[in-house]
Design a protein around this ligand. Sequence first.
Ligand SMILES: Nc1ncnc2c1ncn2[C@@H]1O[C@H](COP(=O)(O)OP(=O)(O)OP(=O)(O)O)[C@@H](O)[C@H]1O
Ligand SMILES: [Mg+2]
Length: 461
Amino acid sequence: MPRILVVDDERGVQESLRMLLKAEGDVAIAGDVEAALRETSVATPDVVLLDLVMPGRSGLDLLAEFEARGVRAPVVVLTATNTVSAAVEAMKLGAADFVTKPFELEALRIKVRGLLEKRALEQEVERLRDEVEERQQLGRMVGRSEAMRAIFRAVERIAKSDATVLVTGESGTGKELVARAIHDLSPRAAGPFVAVNCGAIPRELIESELFGHEKGAFTGATDRRIGRIESAHGGTLFLDEIGELDPAVQVKLLRALQERTFERVGSSRSTSVDVRIVTATNRNLAEEVAAGNFREDLYYRVAVVPVELPPLRERREDVRLLAQTFLARAGGGKKLTPAALASLEGYSWPGNVRELENAIEHGLALCDGDVIDQGDLPISIGRTGQAEALREQWRQGQRGFEETVMRFETEILREALESHHWNQTRTANALGITRRVLKLKMDKLGIEAPGSAVSDDPDED
Ligand SMILES: Nc1ncnc2c1ncn2[C@@H]1O[C@H](COP(=O)(O)OP(=O)(O)OP(=O)(O)O)[C@@H](O)[C@H]1O
Ligand SMILES: [Mg+2]
């Protein structure tokens, strides 16, 4: 549904426009400039009907605010006949059209419909252009940062060959997705994709897991078993967490990689396979080689084509797109408030994309209504992104200057107090202020130690 915002202080006009336009889209009503800014901060409307003369700030002020904040919604100015010069002024400030009061309802409806259609068309054109200009998606991976788009291009190219690929990157950066994309885009896509997590299989089982075994090869081997390498025949074998592989198995794997043949455990007969190998690790394999934990010859075998995924904190441009992608996948059409988005973009993401995915899930579970706000996100994220979020709310006109500064001060004091277990003397020392000043500030800002009816540190004075 397109979003229509009516900004007018007169009840009568608000109601008649709501009735008139409810068939065209979701109609939101704002009685003044501040309310209109709050509405637009949740989502940009597709069309705005704006009264010029209102108590407090005028419609022209709102147009100037839109300009300053980059809100690019088409605006139809509603004006009394004697203020046509103001309407001209409004057009100069970027209004799309104007109608004079008292307005012909049907004519206004047609005007709004025309603007909505034009806007839908523009958005479609923009979407298509995005699609053509830069690929922001590969398989189930999305990203708009230069780093990710370079990886998408590389993966497409690599997929066509049979080269052995080593995917590195911190936990949660998407290594497994890259491995799958390589398989899915390769000529082997119709063959099997077999993933083995080398770190999750006990070392005494890993050899038979990979290479298979003959009946009676060891106690408990009651049947002949095909290993994972063999079951990947004709497809791709993904060896995840290869850095965890036991040295004895490393030797056997090296030979299998070199000759594409191996023996099942308990057999002397060689088996040959046709597999493409992709490996991944969140360790620094070169360092593991230097430390003697990983065989150098095996390292050179697996690291033929390296793909390195940057941590999310080094590609914050991806955060918004990722968050929106996860929201869209969850369905339900929920949105993030600008403050929540600012928190996400300001956070350091030690758990990378996986952590972001979980944060969105958390937000979806906690939010009520259609929007996920900052308070619906996990505490650590809301907290770290707090400064950025406060600034964003201030920019959006949701909070005044004084309140923003007070909230900022509150956040800092709370954090300092928490990290000193609410001991005021130590907190004051850490902040470089006297305890008396700290106490005054706490009283002024209404900060109290959690669960304490008595307001002072029991261990002091
Ligand atoms: N670029 C991306 N676009 C969309 N989803 C992503 C992207 N990168 C990662 N994800 C998602 O984040 C989660 C973690 O990704 P993945 O399992 O591939 O990470 P990993 O690097 O293998 O992590 P680990 O080292 O912990 O195994 C998955 O749910 C994955 O779908
Ligand atoms: Mg993984």
